[in-house]
Design a binder for this molecule. Sequence first.
Ligand code: PAF
Length: 283
Amino acid sequence: MQIIRSVAELESAIENFKKQGKSVGLVPTMGALHDGHVSLVSKCRKENDIAVVSVFVNPTQFNNKTDLATYPRDEKKDAALLESKGVDIMFAPQPEDVYSEEEMSKTFDFDFQGLDKVMEGLQRPGHFNGVVQIVSKLLSFVKPDKAYFGEKDFQQVAIIKLMVRTMGFKLEIVQCPIIREESGLARSSRNQLLSDDERKNAANIYRVLKESVNFVPSIAPAELTQKVVDEINACDGLQVEYYEIVNGDTLQKISSWDDADYVVGCVTVHCGKVRLIDNIRLK
Ligand code: PAF
């Protein structure tokens, strides 16, 4: 596996592979890799001649400096894991390798067509501007045939699909299912910041989400929303930031089960100092 840090070197390696007619898959990550990432990497490895994984904690998508400073990092461990999974290139740049000073200091401009005005977008202003900024850069460096994203970040996937459509990138976005720990907790790099007790408490998030499916369509979305919030808040050490039942395509809240065919319940919960997100398909 090649570890590449400069954009010029990455572009020249990719150009060589493309000249040989090889297909290229990309898995963008922020490192601290877990089984959720491994599932994306394995799919990418299987479906493409060349598998590229980026490992870059993107500063422009953090609206909270402490969150950026405490985000888990272990590049050596990530590199060993990716090598063992048959990855061809790990792209691990420094911020100055991908951004000019101006780009680092200015919010990236993008028309989200309202997709940023709900859930994570409301709670983390500027977050998705940074995500679109880095993912659009990665797509233009690597020019992959396919790029892989996990459904845990449900709003992120919807926004990336919009970006691909509106910025005219030619590739397939492959949306991969959430991978869970045995307890049901959605795999996340942030889980390593949880204490043993917090990890046990956090398992209640998925328990409540899973039970919520049984109430569709017998109780209205607003009532189910309140029930899920109350049940999670009643668990030790958990505090809901938001829970919304949304149309899975537009991310807008629904008021009746007839409002959409594709409906998802999305939640963000604070467990101690750790912010956890999860979602479940309701319809
Ligand atoms: O989902 C993530 O880890 C990040 O938001 C991504 C897509 C790698 C962009 O930095």
